[in-house]
Design a binder for this molecule. Sequence first.
Ligand code: 3PG
Length: 388
Amino acid sequence: MFTKKTVHDIDVKNKTIVLRAMLNVPIKDGKVGDKMRLKAALPTINYLISQGAKIVMISHHSHEGQSLEPVAGALSELVGRPVAFASDCIEEVALAAVKALPSGGLLMLENLRFHPEEEANDEEFARTLASYGDIYVNDDFTTCHRSHASLVGIPKFIPAVAGLEVEEEVNTITSSIDNPKRPLVAIAGGAKISTKVPIISFLLDKVDVLFVGGAMANTFLLAKGLEVGNSLVELDQVETAKQIIKSAEEKGKTLLLPIDVVVTTDVKEALNVRVLLAGDVGIDDIIADLGPMSVLQLNEVIKPEGSVIWNGPIGIAEQKEFANGTEMVAEEIISSGAFSIVGGGDTADYVDGAGLADKFGFVSTGGGASLELMSGNTLPGIAALLDK
Ligand code: 3PG
């Protein structure tokens, strides 16, 4: 249950809203690429417009020096109305643009991170941003794990509520973990155990089955005493992997590791690509993907009445020779009929890029934020909002 107030719990009629919006989108050659995040922003924006509110959007872009101006154009096309743009988020230029906003009008201010005060959570900076409106709405789930001025500072000055995307993200992710359809299968991929320990440890208590793939699985194979050749491993995490294997046994959870793998002797050139049993990897081999038998294990454990949480690519998904494992995992999840949640930036980008996003129950827009939430942590950007 989402315990914070949302735009539906506060009177936004004809008010000026400071909207922390999810505008950190891929931009190449001045053009916005994937629009998944902008589409997810529409329900809140359209609701605020329908209430005659004036909307002042503030956001960041992760790439240093990247202007948000191209995002204003892309959003305008999606909303079907003009989105004014101000070349700074503070100073006279921002103030004048806020004053000029008509009712139902949209304004986007320039990248907050052009000012170091944003990431430093500077109080005066937050006060200035808050002064633009009557109500603050946070609809940027992707950044809720950051304690920046636009997330935790502004709520000190004006009433602060969640947008509909934030509500849906938090509700869907937390309820799928706390009150899951069983069996609950978690599929953890990605390269590093070190970044996934919190999520694996937390989920191990909640899930029925944990499936480990991605380069991270190599360290588990090593922990089981298997040869991994020249594969990517984290030697300092072998003990952690052993502990996770032991803890799964003690908790009576099924931990699935690769049975077979795709190896190569040169990832870039994709030389000597073969499928081997996990126990047959040679000293010159590099594990680059999961084999079909490994993925078939999912077929046994994912049930149509159950659910799946998937976080992290399974092989080197960006290289076609080693994308099979990730494709097969996606296919297993989709065809199982189980309720599925996809989280983590790379995994969401993969399913979206493959045109599969609408085949999953829910695709989280968040990378770091969904990882934190799936690890059972409180997100500061959510904690800062008014309770229901
Ligand atoms: C994201 O894309 O994960 C968020 O928008 C946060 O961006 P950041 O990692 O630059 O803080």
